[in-house]
Design a protein around this ligand. Structure first.
Ligand code: NOJ
Length: 448
């Protein structure tokens, strides 16, 4: 094909999951309670009262799952480590069985020729830490440092790609600022600023752990989900307006990490609510990283209003979206989200660590799920990613969320994000049409 959408040589194609969403075995082999184990049991918090107790039972079925990955030609897999499996109370005594499990998991993956990309924190804070203040308190940083070190020491001989934290906005703002995620509280602005500060300190602690104990060839970065505005028209004025909104939305996270301090704009905005910063914090926070991970699903449309002032437009009621009300279908977000990360923060190695879509009720038809909506969405998004690469944005890889249907947090098991269908009663896995399509994309390194 003359104009085929081919990706660069060595482009990393993969799939992603997270421990709490797939493992199950929530209280097995010494695992401690996480804030999600607790939160899911509070009536009315999670759809149908679904818990993480069994999920996809990956804890027992992992060998089968890796064999399936291999069959699809998956070569890169992003997973996470459950902190409460390694430290049931968050700190104190390590649970050897937890580390042994992950060691077996990594071995099994490598045996199938799959390269691990390991996220150290994907929202499952040990409940014991929450009981002692959670992210509001420095206690989390004190515990996270040793946890990160223990994991990197145990797996660093085989794991070379590390991700410090996943989507800070979700476990901070949506967890502590009146959102719908665990622990589900509502804190003051001052506390929220402190929570964000603790998160970026933890990011730094994880970077340090990888540098000190990761061995040769270890690489580390954060996975963020910044607000990614899309210019209504691709004209200089609208692009500038969208870029302004982009930069303004990351003052508590990507900005201080890359700048090595809080910006004057942030300090002015925070005023008396600014966080307490300890000596040496910014030495950690600004430790250089090797890549930037971005989870990008959707973005708002922005244009230059009066005097060039950015104007964010509300979506009209009939704007296309998936079964997740927040997931408006906006393929261009992959173009602008990666381009702005490159332009604003100078990111030189960008990985899309998540992108995909969730739909309800994807029934099996003659043993197959005809998820043409997913295939179409992913293909259109990837077309925009291809365009970004063509324009010189250094995107090095793409991980589809998710390998299989799993626990979608407050939406329980209703929203299916997988390219593998999971029957949660029998644990039977069935590749959907999108899995077969994506397998071909990975194989040919181009959009098919
Ligand atoms: C972001 C999160 O990292 C992941 O856990 C979640 O399931 C997906 N997006 C879909 O909402």
């Amino acid at each position: 094909m003359k104009n085929d959408l081919r990706f660069p040589k060595n482009f990393v194609w993969g799939v992603a999951t997270a421990a709490p969403q797939i493992e199950g075995a929530a209280f097995e082999d010494g695992k401690g309670e996480s804030i999600w184990d607790r939160y899911s049991r509070v009536p009315g918090k999670v759809l149908n009262g679904d818990t993480l107790d069994v999920a996809c039972d990956h804890y027992h079925l992992y060998k089968h799952d890796f064999a399936l990955m291999r069959k699809l030609g998956v070569k890169h897999y992003r997973l996470s480590i459950a902190w409460p499996r390694v430290y049931p109370n968050g700190d104190g005594a390590v649970n050897p069985k937890g580390l042994e499990f992950y060691s077996r998991l990594i071995d099994a993956m490598l045996k199938e020729g799959i390269t691990p990309w390991v996220t150290l924190f994907h929202w499952d804070l040990p409940q014991s830490l929450e009981d002692r203040g959670g992210w509001r308190s420095r206690v989390v940083c004190d515990a996270f440092g040793p946890y990160a070190e223990a994991v990197v020491k145990a797996l660093g001989d085989r794991v070379k790609n590390w991700i410090t934290l996943n989507e800070v906005f979700c476990f901070t703002s949506l967890g502590y600022d009146g959102g719908d995620k665990a622990p589900g509280t509502k804190e003051t602005t001052k506390v929220m600023n402190q929570i964000y500060h603790h998160a970026i300190v933890c990011h730094g602690l994880a970077v340090r752990a990888v540098r000190q104990h990761g061995g040769k060839g270890a690489r580390v970065g954060i996975t963020d989900n910044p607000l990614c505005p899309i210019p209504v028209t691709e004209t200089p004025a609208d692009i500038a307006a969208a870029r302004k909104v982009y930069a303004g939305a990351s003052l508590r996270l990507l900005d201080p990490i890359h700048r090595g301090s809080y910006s004057p704009a942030y300090l002015k905005q925070a005023g008396a609510d600014r966080p307490e910063v300890r000596k040496g914090d910014f030495d950690l926070i600004s430790l250089p990283t090797d890549f930037l991970g971005l989870n990008i699903y959707t973005g708002p449309f922005v244009r230059a209003g009066k005097g060039g002032k950015p104007e964010t437009l509300p979506y009209p009621p009939d704007f296309p979206r998936t079964s997740c009300p927040w997931l408006y279908i906006t393929p261009q977000v992959l173009y602008w989200g990666t381009r702005f990360a490159h332009e604003v923060y100078g990111a030189k190695h960008i990985y899309i660590t998540e992108n995909g879509c969730g739909y309800d009720d994807e029934p099996l038809v003659d043993g197959e799920v005809h998820d043409l909506h997913r295939r179409d969405l992913v293909r259109n998004y990837l077309g925009e990613l291809h365009r970004a690469i063509g324009d010189g944005v250094p995107v090095r890889g793409y991980f589809l969320w998710s390998f299989m249907d799993n626990y979608e947090w407050q939406d329980g098991y209703t929203r299916r994000f997988g390219i593998i269908h999971v029957d949660f009663k029998t644990q039977k896995r069935t590749p959907k049409l999108s899995a077969k399509w994506y397998a071909q994309v990975m194989k040919e390194n181009r959009l098919v």
